[in-house]
Write a protein that binds this ligand. Structure first.
Ligand code: NAD
Length: 507
């Protein structure tokens, strides 16, 4: 694949009715390669009429999709998974050029995507309701699982394909059509990925491009029926409010501020390597990144020494080179993280590793949005750096004196996505898994997902679940059906009421 030709072909298109077509809109935004700072394409902020046309096609396609058998839908989804594997490296290269992440991470993202599609292909036909113990003899009482209709998926840029498919595969398996509004920083990747849906009915999966205004139009559109959102708290709130006007169901996957706790029974060298990955994987731009490191005083010095040593080994550069860390998604994000760091230092934190823009990169990367993986110590629990999500390559380390203190600090956050605990003590494992208030807890296993298990947060990290059986239910209605095959008279409670049951004062 010649990526330049491909990026030019995708620029300014939308994916509607099974094809990339030029947007009618003249409003265009530049697509910048974050490793070089150079423009590599553009995308359209689509016109409202294009959104209307896309929604209409989606509803037509959904009806024909739901008219198929469950087995036919499963087979078509397995074909999608096969296409994902086939197009894996082509999509991965565009993903790296557009978001900056190392190519290995992009290629992995595509593999995880294929796994999720295969999983939901089968789960979608596993059951479509259940038969209930009846409340009236001779009757059949059961539930039917039905699709919502057209599902809108609105996304950030950090895992633009994986996060899309976690929702889209479940939504499709449940019988819905899907319209995706990708992040402004991953639009061309998403447009390229649309080619994996060739085996599905035309119009079943479509992509409209643009910013928040386009997303808001899709959310409040009368003919869309459910919204799956991943992104910031502010946007999640706006979407939940817009959905409330129509009682439209929604899934909100918002920010995290995950704690990473290290206790004395843990192998400190392993914990330090794990912390390096949890803090700096995808340049710290992961909702479940380690954001607050609470380390027991007995192992604090040793942990910090090893954490610094591991971090110092990380190779920074273009994601298309042999590196561990690429640039941040865009210049605005790097400037925001620089401000968070400056404020932490102003409040008394000390930089012991990194702390700035890397020096000595090749000339062609001079305008890229790189930032060094950075470790902070002398961090106090009330500093601003710990209160909100960092979403970048900063790792503040706090010394604690007990598990109780670590759990109290962990739960003191407004967020509740995940938490990692390093320990080999079974009592500590039991307490941490029970007492931490979050959607997920990892014991010695940071940032892992399992498509068979639910993913999502509590408190300001969101509402609802994706993945697992829970993630399928998110995109289905449950209808109760009650059948009396004999059409008998229900005289046990219909009119006329017997005098014997009348109010005693009536006689
Ligand atoms: P963002 O909220 O700025 O944007 C996300 C998407 O919402 C974009 O596509 C944007 O165009 C769209 N949007 C903006 N305003 C809108 C509106 N009024 N109506 C409809 N759509 C609108 O988020 P971001 O900065 O791109 O993403 C980073 C955030 O995503 C981080 O906080 C991160 O933690 C979070 N995230 C969460 C998870 C999770 O599973 N919980 C996963 C990945 C990322």
């Amino acid at each position: 694949m010649n990526h330049e030709t491909e990026l030019a072909r995708l620029s300014g298109t939308v994916y509607r009715n099974g094809a990339h077509v030029a947007s009618t809109s003249s409003r265009r935004r530049a697509v910048i390669d974050p490793a070089t700072g150079k423009q590599i394409g553009e995308f359209a902020d689509v016109d409202p009429e294009e959104v209307d046309a896309t929604v209409e096609s989606a509803n037509t396609a959904q009806r024909s999709w739901w008219a198929l058998s469950a087995l036919e839908r499963a087979e078509a989804l397995h074909e999608v998974a096969a296409r994902v594997r086939k197009l894996r490296f082509d999509v991965a290269e565009i993903l790296t050029r557009e978001t900056g992440k190392p190519f290995k991470e992009s290629a992995d993202e595509l593999m995880w995507t294929a796994t999720a599609v295969d999983y939901y292909a089968e789960l979608g036909r596993h059951n479509v309701g259940s038969v209930l113990g009846n409340s009236i003899a001779g009757q059949l009482h059961y539930t039917l699982k039905e699709p919502m209709g057209t599902v809108v998926v609105i996304l950030p840029a950090n895992y633009p394909i994986l996060l899309f498919i976690w929702e889209a595969a479940a939504a499709l398996a449940a019988g819905n059509s899907v319209i995706v509004k990708p992040s402004e920083w991953a639009t061309l990747t998403t447009l390229k990925f649309m080619e994996v849906f060739d085996a599905l009915p035309t119009g079943l999966v479509q992509c409209v491009t643009g910013g928040g205004t386009v997303g808001a139009q899709l959310v409040s559109h009368r003919d869309t029926h459910m919204v799956g959102f991943t992104g910031s708290v502010a946007t999640g709130r706006a979407i939940a409010r817009a959905c409330a006007d129509q009682f439209k169901p929604y899934l909100i996957e918002a920010s995290g501020n995950d704690a990473f706790i290290v206790l004395p029974s843990a192998p400190v060298d392993v914990a330090a390597k794990a912390a390096t990955f949890a803090a700096f994987f995808n340049c710290g731009q992961v909702c479940t990144s380690g954001e607050r490191f609470y380390v027991h005083e007995d192992v604090y010095d040793e942990f910090v020494r090893l954490f610094i040593a591991e971090t110092a080994k990380l190779r920074i550069g273009s994601g298309l080179d042999q590196v561990d860390i690429g640039p941040m998604e865009h210049g605005g994000e790097r400037a925001r993280v620089e401000k968070v760091l400056a404020r932490a230092v102003e409040q008394g934190a000390s930089i012991v590793q990194g702390g700035g823009r890397p020096q000595g990169l090749p000339d062609e990367l001079a305008d890229g949005f790189f930032f060094e993986p950075t470790i902070l110590v002398n961090v106090e629990a009330d500093m601003d750096v710990l209160q909100a999500e960092i979403f970048g390559p900063l790792a503040p380390v706090v010394k604690v004196s007990s598990l109780d203190e670590a759990i109290a600090l962990t739960n003191g956050s407004d967020f509740g996505l995940g938490a990692t605990v390093y320990t080999k003590d079974s009592e500590e494992i039991f307490r941490a898994t029970n007492e931490i208030v979050s959607g997920m807890v990892w014991i010695n296993a940071p940032i892992l997902d399992n498509v068979a298990g639910p993913f999502g947060g509590r408190k300001m990290s969101g509402i609802g679940r994706q993945l697992g059986t829970e993630g399928l239910e998110t995109f289905r209605h449950t209808k109760l059906v009650m059948v009396d095959p004999a059409a008998s008279e229900h005289d046990f409670w219909w009119f006329p009421y017997s005098d014997a049951e009348a109010f005693p004062g009536a006689v």
